[in-house]
Design a binder for this molecule. Structure first.
Ligand code: DC
Length: 229
């Protein structure tokens, strides 16, 4: 199988890039943030009053996570509850960022991601895909842009009307800090990742830029052969 890893900062356009590449190459896409978000929804449903290691480990023990597709749309269910419609709430963004460093929880999510990569030619997007989940991925992209630009993209996409640009920027910087400084699987490019700063690019240009890199190797080795880095 051909596996493409896309990691990067929040609001850098990882999902759009993954979708754009997938549409052109006919690959599957796995949005791993959605898995952590669905777990955050389930955690919220259980009304835990603390978010410490013990509490998260107790929570994850009996959880059955399923990823499935309705057309091209990814759905995630936890213990048979489909949380897809709630994943983008701001409260869930924050909660996902707080529970996701837990190593036991990450191990469960990692296994699910690796199974997916074995089954499909795919693009997996997240934070630690190139460094930890798929260290042998055929392509590794690390996407980022200046915080102010990413916050503006998030603000424009947000469905919540009562949140200001300033709040989105503050939130995004805090999440960057948490993602980059956590002990487990901190956000950083792998040694062999291609770093793409798209502050000065549209998302469409970002897709073209990465597709060019992929297509060069595709042409070289032929579409039916495994791509070698
Ligand atoms: O990409 P996102 O904003 O949907 O991710 C939601 C949260 O999940 C984010 O705060 C970090 C976490 N996450 C992670 O720890 N590892 C991943 N591979 C993807 C997301």
């Amino acid at each position: 199988m051909i596996n493409i890893a896309i990691d990067g900062t929040v609001g850098s356009g990882k999902s759009t890039l993954a979708r754009g590449i997938a549409d052109r190459l006919g690959f599957h896409v796995l949005d791993t943030g959605a898995i952590y978000r669905a777990l955050a929804c389930s955690f919220r449903d259980e009304k835990h009053n603390k978010i410490d290691e013990q509490e998260v480990e107790e929570f994850i023990k009996d959880k059955n996570i399923e990823v499935f597709f309705v057309g091209k749309n990814q759905h995630v269910s936890v213990n048979a509850i489909d949380y897809t419609n709630m994943l983008r709430e701001e409260e869930i963004s924050n909660l996902a960022s707080q529970i996701s460093p837990n190593p036991v929880l990450r191990e469960k999510v990692r296994e699910l991601q690796q199974e997916f990569a074995k089954k499909y030619d795919c693009i997996i997007e997240g934070r630690d895909i190139a460094t930890d989940v798929l260290p042998n991925a055929d392509f590794k992209f690390f996407l980022t842009a200046k915080p102010e630009i990413r916050a503006m993209r998030r603000y424009q996409q947000s469905q919540e009307k009562n949140i200001s640009y300033g709040e989105v920027l503050k939130d995004l910087k805090e999440r960057d800090y948490r993602d980059e400084h956590r002990m487990i699987a901190p956000l950083k490019p792998a040694k062999d990742s291609i770093i793409v700063d798209n502050s000065q690019m549209t998302l469409e240009q970002t897709i073209e830029y990465c597709l060019n890199i992929i297509n060069k190797k595709y042409d070289k080795y032929g579409k039916n052969k495994r791509i070698k880095q």
